[in-house]
Each structure stands twice: as C-alpha cells, then as structure tokens.
Write a protein that binds this ligand. Sequence first.
Ligand SMILES: [Fe+2]
Ligand SMILES: [Fe+2]
Length: 162
Amino acid sequence: MLKKTVEDALNKQFNAELYSSYLYLAMAAYFESVPLRGFARWMRIQSKEELAHGMKIYDYIIEQQGSPKFPVIEAPKTPWKSAGAVFEHSYAHEQKVTGMINSLMDLAVKEKDYATQNFLGWFVKEQVEEEANASEILAQITMMGDKPGILFHLDHIIGKRE
Ligand SMILES: [Fe+2]
Ligand SMILES: [Fe+2]
C-alpha cells in the first residue's frame, strides 16, 4: 500500500513518462519530415521505451493498490531548427527526468517507503543510460557539424538501433 504523497508523486512521473513518449514521437515525426529516416527510427524506438517506462509505473501503482491518474499530457514544443537542436532538447530533457527520479527517490526515503525505493532503483540506473545515449549522439553531431553529408552518414548508423 502506498502513502498518498508517494502515490501522487508516482502518478506525476507516470504522466511525465507518457509526455516523454509523446515528445520522442514528435521528434520522430520531425526527422520523417527532413527526411532522415534512421534518426526517425531511433526516435520512434525511444518513444516506445518511454511508454514502457510509463507502463512500469502504472503496473506498480496498481500492484500497490493505488489508482493511476490520467490528466492531460503536455504538448511538445515543435518544430526544431536542426538535428542538433533535437538532440540538445533530448539531452536536456533526460537530465530533467533524472532530477525528477531523484526527487521521487528523496520522497520515498523520507516516507520510509522501502518497496518504492527498490522499485525506483531501476529508473536511477536507466537514467544513466538515457543521458549517455542522448549526450553521445549530441556530441557526434556537434563534433562533426550539423551538415547534410555528415547527417546522412550518422542517419545510416543511428538507424541500426534495434
Ligand atoms: Fe523514461
Ligand atoms: Fe528517457
């Protein structure tokens, strides 16, 4: 059973993960329009992963006899000016999400909710990977320059994401 404070905070994170999914899908659509299909594919897979993060929280809330909430999902701010701008946004977004997960963990510690602390451990680890992925691609684009020839080459590599 969850304390009300923890349940509310988990519901906020559930919504934030759905927003992340929505954001990455908007980024996928941007890349489809360029068109850079490899980047679009990467973003589409990322969007699915974020939905899976949301569902992990949804399942946990139910398992703990709470109720998932469904407020409005914020609209992503589109469009972007360049591939580099998309990955700058993505990296900044992941850093923000890491901060949110850390605050959730702080709350679970404060409330002595050991089950939720254990549950959140997966997200703490996942955020390290999420930040690393976004920052690596951003660094590659920044290093090589946001130019068509380079982007088509990167598009080919990044589009191999499983
Ligand atoms: Fe996520
Ligand atoms: Fe993420």
